[in-house]
Design a protein around this ligand. Structure first.
Ligand code: NAD
Length: 263
């Protein structure tokens, strides 16, 4: 279906009546994904460690898409108790399991390998890799338990997981792991009609990249064939496609959203 506004073709509405869960929904890519899925007609469970930021995202959804139901939830995706409690809250709030799940929660703890602490390696792996594992497992279990198969799980990896990056041994390892996790989930969950794909952003302008010195960002921008850093909406557009039936024959794939960057 396509929304027509003032005679102009507007964005398609491909997710009408679908419940979507978005982790890291309080910031950057997760916020843009929440907005894009909502624009496509979905109700969104916006999940973040930072409940204030998740609430702020929900306020933008209720303002821009008032006919739909959205809610914010606080959860730590690296803790199974927190993810299990989250799923119970979502089930009782919306009465259905999420059919679309996007794992966008993530952190960086950059340091050169020779100086990297065990603590910062574990912290990045726990949030960036164990988090998508727990969310993928919990959402798939909820869909299977509902007796109504079908769904789309989208995990956010990174181009860095493919090619490595100075100072990011922990981050690159976590993001390479996300691809392996998601490809395996795609094979195991296809019999339940659940597709699983990874999106690999390049350098996207968000609070995460705000921490990177400007001269480093300028250097990367020069290396991007499309000539600019990405915007969160560039990633959200691809995720909306993967969430929708327009990608019904795609599973186990990794899609780069990098402006052509290959480090
Ligand atoms: P961001 O820092 O703007 O947002 C990340 C969100 O995750 C924050 O709201 C944070 O509170 C939340 N979060 C952190 N730990 C959490 C936890 N344990 N449980 C729940 N929520 C938690 O970052 P972003 O740039 O929007 O990144 C989103 C995803 O995209 C991340 O997985 C990141 O690794 C990936 N990515 C980003 C870029 C980029 O250039 N920005 C590039 C490649 C991949």
């Amino acid at each position: 279906m396509v929304r027509v506004q003032g005679g102009v073709m507007a964005a398609p509405v491909r997710l009408k009546s679908i419940l979507a869960l978005v982790t890291g929904g309080g910031s950057g890519i997760g916020r843009a994904v929440s907005q894009r899925l909502s624009q496509e007609g979905a109700s969104v469970a916006v999940v973040d460690l930072n409940i204030k930021s998740a609430n702020d995202t929900v306020q933008t959804l209720l303002r821009d898409f008032p006919g739909q139901d959205h809610a914010a939830f606080a959860a730590d995706v690296s803790q199974s108790e927190s993810v299990n409690a989250l799923m119970e809250l979502i089930q009782s709030r919306f009465s259905v399991p999420p059919r679309v799940a996007v794992s966008s929660a993530g952190i960086t703890r950059d340091e050169f390998l020779l100086r990297m602490s065990e603590e910062s390696f574990d912290a990045v792996l726990n949030i960036n890799l164990k988090g998508p594992f727990l969310i993928t497992q919990a959402v798939a279990r909820a869909v299977v338990a509902s007796g109504h198969n079908g769904g789309s799980i989208i995990n956010i990896g990174s181009i860095v997981g493919k090619v490595g990056n100075l100072g990011q041994a922990n981050y690159a390892a976590s993001k390479a792991g996300v691809e392996g996790l998601t490809r395996t989930a795609a094979k195991e969950l296809s019999k339940f009609g659940i597709r699983c794909n990874t999106v690999l952003p390049g350098f996207i302008a968000t609070p995460m990249t705000d921490k990177v010195p400007q001269k480093v960002l300028d250097k990367f921008a020069d290396m991007i064939p499309l000539g600019r850093l990405g915007q969160p909406e560039d990633v959200a557009d691809v995720i909306a496609f993967l969430a929708s039936d327009d990608s019904k024959y795609i599973t186990g794939a990794s899609i780069e959203v990098t402006g052509g960057l290959y480090l």
